[in-house]
Design a protein around this ligand. Structure first.
Ligand SMILES: [Fe+2]
Length: 242
């Protein structure tokens, strides 16, 4: 099976369309989404509709929950809060229903999906370094855990001797006996200084994970954010990928 696994679209329609176009050349069998479909960007309903039709499973992100009042907006910074409240007002009843029904984690074959971490997934903890991965590695009943949330692609590895490490790579071969936490990066708001949409392919036959990037029209996505009256900063950061 070839899985297309992507995260953090953040209502960025231009980035999402670029990723789907790139996936179409990759013979993907099944699509999975790791949450934050909405928040920050100008097209929440369009992104919800596309993701809900494309992905066989989507797990909930903190922005998805906040936009439908399942998470307090006080947890967000001013720009994010403004965008979350705006998103909540834009979302269609069908869009809200879709977000309300998302599960926090999902297990499939030899892997598990979560937006932030497996420990207290409703708290959306950030897996920023090896130490913050300890609880998630402990809870993993499967070899692979795919996450998003930080908007920075990275792979954390715990080997069969219990030693942990991380690699910043776009291709990794799975070694039997190891456990892996794979952050697939962000479609719609990358924060690794690369202003391109990130997406992941998990090839379970080749036992290989790829992180790829798609160029998209950052200027158009930025202009739409500004035209909708959302904070200019949220548009400007797309130009630098930070
Ligand atoms: Fe996010």
């Amino acid at each position: 099976m070839r899985y297309g696994i992507f995260s953090d679209i953040h209502s960025n329609l231009e980035a999402l369309e670029a990723v789907i176009k790139a996936y179409q050349k990759e013979k993907i069998d099944k699509y999975l989404c790791l949450g934050d479909v909405v928040g920050y960007g100008a097209n929440p309903n369009e992104c919800v509709e596309i993701v809900s039709n494309l992905a066989s499973t989507t797990v909930a992100g903190n922005h998805d929950w906040a936009a439908i009042d399942l998470l307090p907006v006080e947890l967000f910074n001013e720009d994010a809060k403004f965008a979350v409240l705006w998103t909540g007002r834009q979302l269609s009843p069908a869009g809200k229903d879709f977000l309300r029904n998302l599960k926090l984690t999902f297990e499939l074959d030899n892997f598990v999906l979560a937006h932030g971490s497996l420990d207290a997934p409703q708290n959306f903890n950030y897996l920023l370094n090896i130490n913050s991965c300890t609880a998630t590695f402990e809870l993993m009943r499967r070899d692979l855990c795919f996450v998003g949330h930080t908007h920075v692609p990275v792979v954390f590895i715990k080997d069969k001797y219990g030693k942990s490490s991380f690699v910043d790579t776009d291709r990794i071969k799975i070694v039997p006996g190891n456990k892996y936490i794979i952050n697939v990066g962000a479609v719609g708001q990358p924060r690794d200084s690369i202003p391109q949409a990130a997406y992941c392919i998990w090839d379970s036959e080749k036992q290989e994970i790829l992180i790829k990037r798609a160029v998209y029209d950052v200027f158009r996505a930025r202009q739409k954010i500004i035209d909708k009256g959302l904070p200019e900063f949220l548009g400007n950061r797309l130009l630098t990928g930070n």
